[in-house]
Design a protein around this ligand. Structure first.
Ligand code: AMP
Length: 575
């Protein structure tokens, strides 16, 4: 008996894989196919590309489809257009001898009208990328009501790319679902959460190691005073001449502001933000993809779904409020086995966040010194020299001009020519960095001890973390929460509108449903309270007062926002 037949697959499928040269099932196929053929068991497969996972879910899926019914019965969701087309291609090959079974790809960047037309013809398996799938659902072009099987392929990648809400939405709205099959190369907390929230006792199969962090990413951080953030960004970009990167900011306003300032100073950068139409967004992405622009700056929301090959650097201009977002950001680099660098610019008070992220991603950050102006010039100089030496002179008519060149430079020495070429190329760097400041934060010896320094070679995770109670901030309570439409961006705007303070005085902001807590520089706390307490926000009277203690401790975990608020109101009355 053929080994695939022994797993329970029907004749047509066995014939197809035999013709494709598959002789024996791969380990993941051996384990997954018999389980998945039941049609009712949830399944988690930890397997990388190349293990034969497409056939592991594709063959049982094709086996289970009822060809007499012409509505979507199975939905395969995957992160990228390339993977979507590849899965479709594999399924087409597997189903070659099955009659009346139709598979359709649905992905962004192609005509949605054409795809809708194809879906209307009646397909049983839809292979989709999350963004376009949601578009289709919103246009009522796809009916999820009778979908029996949902497959999430490369779930970790999809979450890295910011598709968590979309996946949750689909899983919630496939009400006739009989089983969910999840495939992922790694098992970060966010993937675990999907299996916990949406799957029923899944059978878990692991091929290789679990939870392997992407070892190809070098996580680096640079500590600078808050007011030097922008200069540090410029310096790091200048220090990495071949950089092809994505910069992340927390707010749209910051993305626009930083982009405008960089463009003014001659950098090759465009911002991706929510105000752009789809067409403008596609244009920016097109220019970034074909490398007409070197840098893209975006908020996490605007950058959702960016999948670009060859990104060398991700820069956190500001750390995300939610540390889980860090993985989504850093995952834009070091794709397809390549290496990449994820840079974080932070000020000393944010260092404790670095420790939390290290724990979360199970990888160590390297603290590096911000290069000096001299370092930048040296780096640019050698980069230029390399470029000069590597310039392709084989295809030009250079020989024609040589006699003229020789005449022109007859009395000029080689040294002088080289100097002139170098001056032309980067005298602006020399000038700019002539008297440049040291941008490294002046950390005292205690801080140095606590933050550690990668160059010292010790494992900093063993060291005490930054004391949150004494971090130079006061912790303020405010009686507004997301229920009031009060989000971080609106809070920042509110501060700008109502006070003369700027966001640099802020530390961690923790906004819950009913109320929020914010860390404010000790010297600015009373001014902040005076400016905001008693004001109106969306018609609601604002109450702001000093809260006690540090930020939320583990023991606070179970306490509701309302209890917390009740507990804190008398504090204000006492004042
Ligand atoms: P995948 O991990 O699904 O991307 O598959 C990797 C490659 O292995 C693809 O080119 C498949 O066609 C091939 N493949 C999958 N299963 C088998 C098998 N049992 N025997 C031989 N090749 C296979």
């Amino acid at each position: 008996m053929n080994a695939f037949e022994a797993l329970g697959l029907n004749e047509q499928l066995v014939q197809a894989v035999t013709e494709m040269g598959f002789e024996t099932p791969t380990p993941i196929q051996e384990k997954a196919i018999p389980v998945l053929l039941s049609g009712t068991t949830d399944f988690v497969g930890l397997a990388q590309t190349g293990t034969g996972k497409t056939a592991a879910f594709g063959l049982p899926l094709l086996h289970l489809i009822d060809t007499a019914q012409r509505h979507p019965q199975a939905l395969i969701i995957c992160p990228t257009r390339e993977l979507c087309l590849q899965i479709c291609n594999d399924l087409m090959n597997f189903k070659k001898h099955v009659k009346g079974l139709s598979v359709e790809p649905v992905y962004g960047g192609a005509s949605i009208v054409m795809q809708i037309r194809e879906l209307r013809k009646g397909v049983q398996i839809v292979v989709a990328t999350p963004g376009r799938l949601i578009d289709m659902i919103e246009r009522k072009a796809i009916d999820l009501q009778k979908v029996k099987y949902v497959v999430l392929d490369e779930a970790d990648e999809m979450l890295n790319m910011g598709f968590r809400d979309d996946i949750d939405f689909v899983l919630k709205n496939t009400i006739a679902k009989e089983s969910t099959w999840l495939f992922s190369a790694t098992m970060p907390a966010a993937v675990k959460a999907i299996s916990k929230n949406f799957m029923d006792n899944p059978i878990e199969v692991t091929m290789g190691k679990k939870n392997t962090a992407n070892v190809n990413i070098d996580h680096q951080y640079f500590i600078t005073p808050a007011h030097s953030r922008f200069d540090t960004l410029k310096r790091l970009v200048d220090f990495n001449p071949g950089m092809y990167g994505v910069i992340f900011t927390r707010t749209k306003a910051d993305a626009q502001d930083v982009a405008e300032r960089l463009v003014r100073e001659g950098y090759d950068i465009e911002a991706l933000h929510g105000d752009l139409t789809q067409q403008q967004r596609d244009k920016v992405m097109g220019r970034f993809r074909n490398k007409s622009i070197q840098l893209l700056i975006a908020t996490d929301v605007a950058a959702r779904g960016i999948d670009v090959e060859g990104i060398t650097h991700v820069i956190n201009y500001e750390l995300p409020d939610d540390i889980e977002v860090y993985t989504h950001r850093s995952g834009r680099t070091a794709r397809a086995g390549k290496t990449g660098i994820c840079i974080t610019i932070c000020h000393s008070r944010e260092s404790y966040k670095i420790r939390s992220i290290e724990k979360m991603i199970n990888a160590q950050f390297h603290r590096l010194d911000i290069p000096s102006g001299k370092d930048v010039c040296r780096k640019q100089f050698f980069h230029f020299m390399d470029k000069l030496m590597l310039a392709d002179i084989s295809n030009g008519e250079y020989e024609t001009y040589l006699p003229d060149l020789q005449t022109k430079f007859a009395d000029v020495s080689k040294d002088e020519v080289l100097k002139r070429v170098a001056a032309l190329e980067f005298s602006h760097f020399l000038k700019y960095y002539e008297n440049s400041d040291d941008l490294n934060a002046k950390t005292d010896s205690r801080e140095r001890r606590e933050f550690g320094n990668a160059r010292e070679g010790a494992d900093r995770r063993e060291r005490p973390t930054f004391s949150r109670g004494d971090n130079g901030y006061s912790r303020l309570f405010i009686n507004l929460g997301t229920k009031d439409g009060f989000y971080k961006a609106s809070f920042l705007q509110f501060i700008l509108d109502e006070s003369s303070l700027n966001k640099e005085v802020l530390g961690k902001i923790d906004i819950r449903e009913m109320n929020a807590w914010v860390e404010v520089d000790k010297n600015a706390a009373s001014k902040m309270i005076k400016s905001l307490d008693g004001k109106k926000y969306n018609g609601r009277l604002v109450r702001m007062n000093e809260a006690d203690g540090g930020f939320k401790r583990p023991s606070d975990e179970g306490r509701s926002d309302r209890t917390e608020a009740r507990r804190r109101i008398p504090m204000r009355e006492k004042r």
